[in-house]
Design a protein around this ligand. Structure first.
Ligand SMILES: C[S@@+](CC[C@H](N)C(=O)[O-])C[C@H]1O[C@@H](n2cnc3c(N)ncnc32)[C@H](O)[C@@H]1O
Length: 842
């Protein structure tokens, strides 16, 4: 698909998808692609960035030139690489750094998460040095135990960080793409933030290393604002992360950072007088109370409930107004910002996610049972697959991961996430900004943002899948219809065969077989490209040929051998009873006659010697004399299927591609090993499960190297086709064989008669010679004699009577009365013409 469109790799679509969602390319002027070979991302940048933009690509391997792109061969983990880039940027800063690098060992891609994530960090290091404030960094990461640490680091350097998995990325692969927007551009950056030794250590350890307070908030302060006096951020006492903490309801209502409160306490209590007043409030429902009892097990829903409840109470209390006033007097240094303990938070996350997982599983089961529509099932399946993958990794830590077609991932919602999104703008501030009346909608907006986006994407995904499936079904249907239609077209008598059980079976089987073909096609998904196509095509050809040979069945095992034989005979009789055979020399018109004919051709011939009864009328039937019926029974066009079948049997090379391949091999233009090499690529062993159908279908077309079709191959095929076309068709061959058979029989009979004559003692030698000669002449005449077809007109009560008319023997044809008149007229005209001719001569 990618190559079709001129892109160097399918990675193109990943960046395109990311950009579609986050829209970072078009607004960039200077972009750097780290790990850019073969260059599809560069192609994307080159085509989408404004004119005059600077685009730099770096890779260990050279990149073929791309318009408007400067490339270097360099190792992105080196200082030299950064130097090359900065030189090219001539003192400017980049607005976009993208990184799709992957550790490359030999020719195979080693999906070593650690090495990958190390590369990510090296790229981030470059990005941090060359990006301008507000810039964007896009990177591929592998989900592993280090993933969360990386995310943590990204979050320290960028205001908006989103991990996503483009549809074009295989769901089974651990690869994710993280789009980090709004670069903070810290004045000074602690090198440990970009040092794998530290980053891939435990986050808590990192935090411990980076500051006195032993929490990452302090680490943050250490790294970003070393010169500023730190706020008092006591946090939990060291080693006492698990202590049970309560917060009063009023504190939660009035507090400035409810999210942190919820994240750092175990329960909301209603002990004070003021708290107790809240218990009387009708909005303080049982659910709210239950939620308050254990904050550690809050799910997304419960979290939302509590946040909404808080806002309602605040509204009722008019806290916003008071707060606004208060805010001016607030000495920021007095606000105690409760730090988030990473260990505890992770533990919380794990616990919560576990609960959520089981709740979600239940919910999904219920949904499945309730809605048994295809779309929802598909959607749910999509949701399931990535979770399975995620469980191999530290899935429970992937709180930031947003996976478009995996609703459940979106459900992995935690306080940390929320907090991050509210960073620098907590809910209270939102309230203040928007005014009290808009508080709830704003919060609701925030809360529903996840759901809306997820739902929308899920819906879209499901719709797309549904549409695609319908399209596929339609295609399949069309195919099947086409096959049946084709079969019918080739066999005009098919309907007439309906009475024979075998045909009925065949019909069913053909339907079944169509289904089977579809299944086979699906099963052969593992086979890609031309070969699969070819195999399928040959299979179809084979099948249609099979169908043509009446009496054969795709599922003979179903029937007993005897049955099958009888049915085959019946079907064969019907086949040869087809009027198409009527005019073929040597083939009897009626099927029963045919058998007799084969047994004793000569006898029948003798019968036929009897003069035809012209204008014979018997029981309402009139036999019309027939002068020359040769033109009446032209054989139809030749049977293409037979020709095709023959062609497959002959060589198996029926396509231009196959022929070209053979031609190239024969003429030393390619070798077997080269072809084998071409058949494999670095993606050959990739897992193809769980890929979107549209993608696999497109891939199948483009997965293999396309063999160029040579002129010579096409010529050779055409020549062969001409030769095949020139061959006698099957029916004709059968007719000729029959004729030959008859002739042999007639000769044998003539010989026997001659011997009888010769042995007759009563005859003179001359008489014997004359007798034999007469016999030979008669045999010859019989052989050359065209079998006559009697034209029969049904009259009176005989009209509409089916079957052989009474009193008519031999070959006959029912005709209209006017036809007889026409024949007569023609005969008379002919006679008149002859007489005139004679007269003129005389
Ligand atoms: C998946 S490919 C990138 C594909 C690219 N985004 C595209 O669209 O064509 C990964 C690339 O990372 C490069 N790479 C791996 N380690 C690297 C390093 N240390 N420095 C530079 N490039 C590296 C590999 O050479 C490889 O070309």
């Amino acid at each position: 698909m990618a190559k079709d469109r001129g892109y160097r790799s399918r990675a193109f679509f990943k960046l395109a998808e990311l950009n579609k969602r986050f829209n970072f390319i078009e607004k960039s002027r200077i972009a750097v692609d780290l790990g850019a070979a073969p260059g599809s991302w560069l192609q994307n940048l080159s085509s989408s960035m404004p004119h005059g933009s600077l685009i730099i690509g770096v890779d260990l391997v050279p990149i073929a030139p791309i318009p408007r792109v400067t490339t270097f061969v360099a190792d992105l983990t080196t200082q030299h690489c950064k130097q090359l880039i900065t030189n090219e940027m001539k003192g400017n800063l980049a607005d976009l750094v993208v990184h799709d690098g992957a550790p490359n060992v030999g020719s195979a891609w080693l999906q070593d998460a650690f090495a990958q994530n190390e590369l990510v960090l090296a790229s981030l290091k470059i990005a941090a040095e060359i990006l301008e404030k507000g810039g964007t960094f896009v990177t591929k990461v592998f989900r592993s135990k280090d993933y969360n640490n990386l995310m943590w680091v990204f979050n320290q350097l960028f205001r908006n960080v989103s991990a996503t998995k483009p549809n074009s990325s295989r769901l089974v692969s651990a690869e994710l793409f993280v789009v980090c927007q709004d670069f903070i551009a810290p004045q000074k950056l602690d090198p440990r933030f970009l040092d794998p030794k530290y980053v891939f250590k435990d986050i808590a350890a990192l935090a411990t290393d980076t500051g006195k307070g032993s929490v990452h908030a302090n680490a943050h302060a250490n790294v970003f604002m070393p010169e500023q006096k730190r706020r008092k951020r006591e946090g939990y006492e060291e080693g006492n992360y698990t202590q049970y903490k309560e917060v009063s309801a009023m504190e939660f209502i009035e507090g400035t950072d409810p999210v942190t409160l919820l994240g750092t306490h175990n329960a909301i209590t209603f002990k004070t007088k003021e708290d107790k007043k809240l218990l009387k409030n009708e909005d303080t429902t049982k659910d709210i109370l239950a939620n308050c009892e254990d904050l550690k097990v809050l799910g997304k829903k419960e979290f939302k409930q509590l946040m909404k409840w808080r806002i309602i109470i605040r509204e009722e209390m008019g806290l916003e107004v008071r707060k606004k006033d208060k805010k001016e007097d607030i000495d920021e240094s007095n606000i105690e910002e409760l730090p988030v303990n990473p260990d505890e938070q992770i533990a919380e996350d794990i616990e919560r996610i576990e609960n959520e997982d089981s709740a979600r599983a239940k919910k999904e089961r219920r949904r499945k049972n309730e809605k048994r529509t295809k779309e929802v099932q598909r959607m749910q399946l999509k949701m399931g697959a990535p979770i399975d993958i995620g469980l191999e990794q530290d899935q429970h830590l992937d709180d930031d991961v947003y996976i478009p077609d995996q609703k459940s991932k979106g459900d992995i919602f935690d306080l940390k996430h929320t907090q991050k999104h509210l960073k620098g703008r907590n809910i209270d501030e939102i309230e203040e900004d928007e005014g009290s009346s808009e508080e709830e909608p704003e919060v609701a907006k925030f809360e529903d943002a996840y759901e809306d986006e997820e739902d929308k994407l899920d819906r879209l995904e499901a719709q797309m899948d549904g549409m695609y499936e319908t399209y596929q079904e339609k295609l399949g249907e069309k195919d099947r219809k086409h096959q049946i239609k084709e079969a019918r077209r080739k066999d005009k008598n098919r309907e007439a065969w309906g009475g024979i059980p075998r045909r009925g079976d065949d019909d069913e089987e053909s339907e079944e077989s169509a289904g089977e073909e579809e299944e086979e096609e699906e099963e052969s998904e593992g086979e890609y490209g031309y070969e699969a196509k070819e195999k399928h095509r040959m299979q179809l050809d084979q099948d249609s040929s099979d169908e043509e040979e009446v009496g054969t069945s795709k599922k003979p095992a179903k029937k007993s051998k005897v049955d099958r034989k009888t049915q085959d005979e019946a079907a064969a009789n019907v086949w040869f009873g087809n009027p198409l055979f009527k005019d073929v020399d040597g083939i009897a018109e009626e099927s029963d006659e045919e058998e007799e004919e084969e047994a004793s051709v000569m006898e029948e011939d003798e019968d036929e010697e009897e003069p035809a009864e012209e204008d014979e009328e018997s029981d309402g039937f009139e036999v019309v004399p027939q002068e020359d019926d040769g033109e009446m029974w032209d054989v139809d066009d030749e049977d293409q299927d037979a020709a095709r079948q023959k062609r497959i049997e002959d060589t198996g090379l029926i396509t231009e591609e196959a022929m070209s391949l053979a031609y190239r091999l024969k003429n030393g233009m390619t070798t077997k090993s080269k072809l084998l090499d071409e058949g494999f690529n670095k993606h050959a062993t990739n897992d193809r499960e769980n890929l979107p159908e549209w993608f696999t279908n497109d891939e199948r077309k483009n997965y293999k190297v396309h063999i160029p079709i040579t002129k010579e191959a096409v010529e050779a095929l055409k020549a062969r086709q001409r030769a095949i076309d020139a061959r006698p068709i099957k029916k004709l061959a059968e007719a000729k064989a029959k004729k030959k058979y008859k002739a042999v029989k007639a000769a044998e009979k003539a010989q026997a008669k001659s011997e009888t004559i010769m042995e007759n003692q009563e005859l003179t030698e001359k008489e014997k010679a004359m007798g034999v000669q007469k016999m030979i002449n008669k045999t010859k005449a019989n052989a050359n004699k065209k079998r006559e077809v009697k034209l029969v007109v049904a009259r009176g009560s005989a009209k509409g009577v089916k079957g052989r008319p009474k009193g008519v023997s031999g070959r006959y044809r029912m005709v209209d009365r006017r036809f007889k008149t026409d024949i007569r007229g023609m005969r008379n005209a002919k006679k008149r013409a002859e007489n005139n001719k004679k007269r003129r001569k005389a």
